[in-house]
Design a protein around this ligand. Structure first.
Ligand code: NAD
Length: 295
């Protein structure tokens, strides 16, 4: 199986590297040629366009920032849809709206091309380890054909149902990640201003009911003030916009999530969109006039 991979950023680069190391013939493209060349050095094929990826691959993975980028890569003149072979399976692992996944799949049908929406959870560390959670929507027979690829990149892989259900599951995941990040920030600012050492806070409550994967992944970054992006504030804000739009369509009010969205938006307005999403602690620190750690 020849695999195309488009979008070699924080997530895509380590994911593609696992496929290359596993021995898959992998055709790569990103606007960032440094990322392409890094993977060429470990055995991938460097392509100069999405078209070249499309012409050479049986299955094509996209791992792009948002729906508009996926739409461009799929449907522009030099995009995948009009340049790949009929029968190609496209796996969109980007986080997009379920409505977008359904629209992409329906437009691809005209080219006899199939879509699996398969976003991921676990962030950069699990992408690097090859232990991502993968939530997939689309035809089950196509899912089963590409399952071996998922097993190289992920550990927990669930077929959720028809097209769009992978993307909807990811948005539910992002409701939880975003609100947990805000709750973690609020709790750590409170505890720190009350004179509590945050390492001890984690030791005391990290394995109790208040503990979470978000706390495990982010509290050390907060203590170390290491806000190099794993997941960026601007990427998380995009997800929150998608959640709001999708929930509006369904008639689901999200009072907590939408409040948190405004906090992320405030950080972007202050020029912090490229920082790790745990940096929303900045919002809570400024409100409390208290920085939780001094580094
Ligand atoms: P990123 O910005 O680091 O990478 C995106 C890559 O896409 C970049 O390298 C960019 O050059 C490339 N790209 C953009 N437009 C392109 C085009 N037209 N043709 C070719 N390449 C193009 O983003 P990321 O953090 O890797 O996230 C990718 C997706 O995964 C997003 O949808 C995000 O929501 C989702 N996601 C991210 C995380 C995380 O923690 N970073 C976790 C889970 C899911």
């Amino acid at each position: 199986m020849k695999v195309g991979f488009i979008g070699l950023g924080i997530m895509g680069k380590p994911m593609a590297s696992h496929l290359i190391k596993k021995g898959y013939e992998t055709y790569l493209f990103d606007l960032n040629t440094d990322a392409v060349n890094e993977l060429k050095a470990i055995g991938g094929h460097a392509c100069i366009s999405n078209k070249e990826v499309a012409e050479n691959s049986d299955v094509i993975i996209t791992m792009l920032p948002a729906g508009k980028h996926v739409s461009f890569v799929l449907f522009s003149e030099t995009g995948i849809a009009s340049n790949c072979r009929p029968g190609t399976v496209i796996i969109d692992m980007s986080s997009v709206k379920p409505e977008e996944s359904i629209e992409f799949a329906s437009k691809l049908k005209a080219y006899d091309v199939h879509l699996i929406d398969a976003p991921v959870s676990g962030g950069e560390p699990m992408a690097v380890e090859g232990t991502l959670s993968i939530m997939a929507g689309g035809d089950e027979a196509h899912f089963n054909t590409i399952l071996p690829l998922f097993e190289v990149m992920g550990e927990r892989i669930v077929h959720m149902g028809p097209t769009g259900t992978g993307s909807a599951t990811k948005l539910a995941n992002q409701i939880l990640v975003s609100t947990h990040l805000a709750a973690l920030a609020e709790a750590t600012v409170y505890a720190s201003k009350a004179g509590i050492d945050l390492n001890k806070l984690y030791e005391a409550i990290g394995t109790g009911l208040a503990g979470s994967a978000v706390m495990d992944a982010k509290i050390q970054r907060i203590i170390d003030r290491d806000f190099e992006p794993g997941g960026k504030i601007e990427t998380n804000f995009k997800d929150l916009g998608n959640i709001q739009a999708s929930a509006n369509t369904l008639g689901v009010p999200l009072p907590v999530t939408n409040l948190v969205k405004e906090i992320f938006g405030s950080e972007i307005a202050n020029g912090n969109g490229g920082k790790d999403h745990s940096y929303i602690i900045d919002f809570f620190e400024k409100m409390a006039n208290h920085q939780v750690s001094g580094k």
